[in-house]
Design a protein around this ligand. Structure first.
Ligand code: NAD
Length: 423
């Protein structure tokens, strides 16, 4: 094993990562200085502090953010995250990535992200609802179907989206389902939305395996994170014939080279609250899947997991980024040198925002599609986006991440040029 350089503090800085990735793409595209300066920063950042009454009658103050990176190609779109580590810089990076993600799959949205600094596990359901409704009220000055459309992200789900939709609707005095996506189907959600990000990861995994000349049944897959994205990606790639050999969540990881049944893992996690102690597997820790013997690695937990500290130890030939920002630029360089094929986050996990776009379209038209229609339209968009990025990668001899950036940034830059500078 080669000695990795010590990880710098900077390597953990997602905003620095996002800006340096953009700078590299801008350089390749030869973007003019003005456009670079517009696109390398966020357009709007909103910070709020707000009180929530706890069940015991006490009051706790929370801080939340909503950032719109760019709205040149359409309304701002992006998830809301509830996590103790949420910071303004992280939200800015995630908002910028949303702009590129929407542009890679060519849907008419700009990029946004939001979050609240909170560990939702500490709150009762009633407290979580109060926090959500108060935060929705704070950001309601920005939110609306033609302005900014939130969606789920880490620790937020359909229920949280339903509370936000209801709060915005109460303020307006009529139902505004298109103000938020990832809602339950009963209140205007789309069939297929819950599985959409994992389905997109599966579609990219199959396309990448094909490009690398591997059959799905030859592929051993390791997955970090077993929430919405991780568990559904695992389930869907297993259905395609891949063997899941390792998975983890925040409490720990498990490994079995002969394969793990995703159905049993999902049942076990539902009953035990975590994967720890799953029968018939060896415990490997929550970072274990990153460096385990496998062909495909799907990071689907938090950011900054693949760094200069562990990139040399990764065994996978293919990395499909379910999570946002799991790989630092330092790790990216190591993967490039080692010939590891990386399907970047802004392409690999774009299935979620794509079906959010379908949900928004269905809400605006009040005309809903079958799950089959949703899945087929998603497949068409993901396969086209993968093929377009691969073509740029082969044509310009760029790694897939830079090819995706070049594709996305050139679309946003063209829209910026066409619209011109106001006033
Ligand atoms: P989630 O809250 O449903 O699940 C997160 C999972 O990661 C949980 O299993 C949690 O236990 C695990 N986890 C957290 N920290 C970990 C750690 N240090 N090591 C191992 N596991 C850890 O969240 P999600 O919606 O599945 O999101 C996961 C990632 O995918 C995030 O980066 C998110 O931004 C990204 N993403 C989500 C969507 C979506 O539609 N939900 C879309 C695009 C990208």
């Amino acid at each position: 094993m080669t000695q990795a350089p010590p990880q710098t503090h900077l390597e953990d800085d997602e905003w620095r990562t996002a800006q340096s990735q953009f700078d590299a793409a801008a350089e390749i595209l030869g973007l003019d200085q003005g456009t670079r300066e517009i696109l390398r920063d966020v357009q709007r950042e909103f910070t709020c502090t707000f009180p929530v009454e706890k069940d015991d009658g006490g009051v706790e103050i929370f801080t939340g953010y909503r950032v719109q990176h760019n709205i040149t190609r359409g309304p701002a779109k992006g998830g809301l995250r509830y996590h103790p580590d949420v910071s303004l810089d992280e939200v800015k990076a995630l908002a910028m990535w949303m702009t590129w993600k929407c542009a890679v799959v060519n849907i008419p949205f700009g990029g946004a992200k939001g979050g609240v600094i909170v560990d939702p596990k500490r709150l009762s359901k009633r407290e979580l609802e109060k926090l959500t409704r108060r935060f929705a009220t704070e950001i309601s000055v920005l939110v609306g179907p033609d302005r900014d459309i939130p969606a789920p992200d880490m620790n937020t789900d359909g229920q949280v989206m339903a509370w936000i939709m209801d709060t915005i609707s109460m303020h307006r005095g009529f139902s505004v389902p298109a103000a938020v996506t990832g809602k339950p189907v009963e209140v205007g959600g789309s069939l297929g939305r819950v599985e959409a990000t994992g389905r997109g990861v599966m579609i990219c995994t199959l396309a990448a395996l094909k490009h690398l000349g591997m059959k799905p049944h030859q592929a051993r897959v390791a997955v970090q994170g077993f929430g919405n994205v991780g568990s559904i990606s695992a389930k869907l790639v297993e259905e395609q014939g891949c063997r899941i050999v390792a998975v983890s969540d925040e409490f720990g990881g498990i490994h079995n080279p002969d394969g793990l049944s995703v159905k049993k893992l999902i049942e076990y996690r539902a009953s035990q609250g975590s994967l720890k102690g799953f029968h018939g597997a060896v415990e490997i820790g929550r970072s274990g899947p990153l460096t385990v013997e496998c062909d495909v690695l799907i990071p689907a937990a938090v950011g900054n997991q693949l760094t200069s500290r562990n990139a040399e130890d990764v065994k996978a030939k293919l990395i499909v980024e379910g999570a946002n920002g799991p790989t630092t630029p330092e790790a990216d360089k190591i993967f490039e040198t080692r010939g590891i094929f990386v399907v970047p986050d802004i392409l690999a996990n774009a299935g979620g925002v794509t079906v959010s776009y379908f949900e928004w379209v269905q809400d605006l038209q009040a005309f809903f599609w079958s799950e089959h229609e949703v899945n087929e339209k998603l497949r068409a968009i993901m396969e086209r986006a993968f093929a377009e990025v691969l073509a740029v990668s082969l044509d310009k001899k760029l790694p897939m991440r830079m090819a995706a950036y070049v594709q996305a940034v050139s679309r946003v830059a063209a829209a910026t040029r066409d619209r011109g500078l106001y006033p």
